[in-house]
Write a protein that binds this ligand. Structure first.
Ligand SMILES: [Zn+2]
Ligand SMILES: [Zn+2]
Length: 119
């Protein structure tokens, strides 16, 4: 009597986020406004008022990443990135990146410190 070979166990699903385009492990991500469907799904979880306040995270692998500059912005709900046709760009006009917090300059620090406290 022979023992039938056992089927290999199914590979475990890849842990962590994957590229939206190809399914490879994601290495980058950016934000996009929710589509109507995503917003509707979101509403079933919690009652929210303003769609514009919500974004979803889009993941991509290194091969399908958009530019770093584009990834720093919030993309429109209609944005299809990562899309092979548009890479390394996308098909929307992303919102401007928020202005960086102003770094205190030496002059700012000197203005608030008493004499003799500068370094
Ligand atoms: Zn990919
Ligand atoms: Zn976009």
């Amino acid at each position: 009597m022979t023992i039938a070979p056992q089927p290999m166990p199914a590979p475990s699903p890849m842990a962590g986020p994957v590229c939206r385009l190809c399914g490879e492990r994601a290495v980058v991500h950016w934000q996009r406004r929710l589509t109507e469907a995503e917003f509707a799904a979101h509403l079933t979880l919690e009652h929210a008022a303003v769609q514009a306040e919500y974004t979803t995270v889009v993941f991509a692998c290194a091969a399908h990443a958009i530019t770093l500059d584009a990834a720093a912005r919030v993309h429109q709900a209609t944005c299809t990135a990562p899309s092979a046709r548009d890479l390394p760009g996308c098909d929307c006009t992303p919102e401007p990146a928020p202005p960086p917090d102003p770094e205190p300059t030496a002059a700012d620090v000197a203005a608030v410190l008493p004499p003799g406290w500068s370094w």
